[in-house]
Each structure stands twice: as structure tokens, then as C-alpha cells.
Design a protein around this ligand. Structure first.
Ligand SMILES: [Zn+2]
Length: 96
């Protein structure tokens, strides 16, 4: 159990969540009851907070985070990869 868990708002779904700062990574690991566990960079959190178009993709990022990952690691979201991850998830859902 991590000693540094703090209450926060999930950056993806705005629901209640807990966050742990990832030392040296400028990122946080988020524990959300809805989106499961994932990592998000500070840069992307800022983008989601300020950019409505990016925030519109957050539901796809949430769904992507819920998919089981190889190795049991959570999804790692950054400002550099979120557009591609959201687009992949949107395409997967369109094909389902
Ligand atoms: Zn969430």
C-alpha cells in the first residue's frame, strides 16, 4: 500500500478517485472506481483541464484504461500518446 494516496477527481471521468505521485516522472497513478488504475502525465492533466476538445476524448481514454493490459500494468497516458490511444479506442468501439 502506498503511503501517499490522496483524494482527487479523476481527470478522465471527474468521479472520485485517489492519486499517487510518481516520483521523478511528472505523472500520477490514478485509482478510479470507474476507469480502473492508470497513469497520467501532469502535462496531459493540464490539457484535459483546459481543452474541451481533448476532454471530449476522455471517455475513450477511460474505456481504453479499462481494457486488460499485457503484464498487468496500467495504461500510461501522456500528452504525446493520448490522441492515438483515443483514436484507437474509438475505432475499436466503432467495430464492435
Ligand atoms: Zn475515472
Amino acid at each position: 500500500m502506498s503511503p501517499n494516496k490522496e483524494e482527487c477527481k479523476c481527470p478522465l471521468c471527474d468521479g472520485p478517485a485517489q492519486a499517487v505521485p510518481l516520483t521523478g516522472l511528472a505523472a500520477r497513478r490514478i485509482y478510479c472506481g470507474k476507469c480502473t488504475t492508470y497513469e497520467i502525465s501532469e502535462g496531459l492533466e493540464g490539457i484535459l483541464a483546459d481543452n474541451p476538445e481533448a476532454k471530449g476524448r476522455a471517455r475513450y481514454l477511460s474505456d481504453a484504461a479499462k481494457r486488460p493490459m499485457a503484464g498487468g500494468e496500467g495504461l500510461k497516458l501522456t500528452e504525446d500518446n493520448f490522441v492515438g490511444i483515443a483514436a484507437t479506442e474509438e475505432a475499436l468501439q466503432a467495430g464492435e
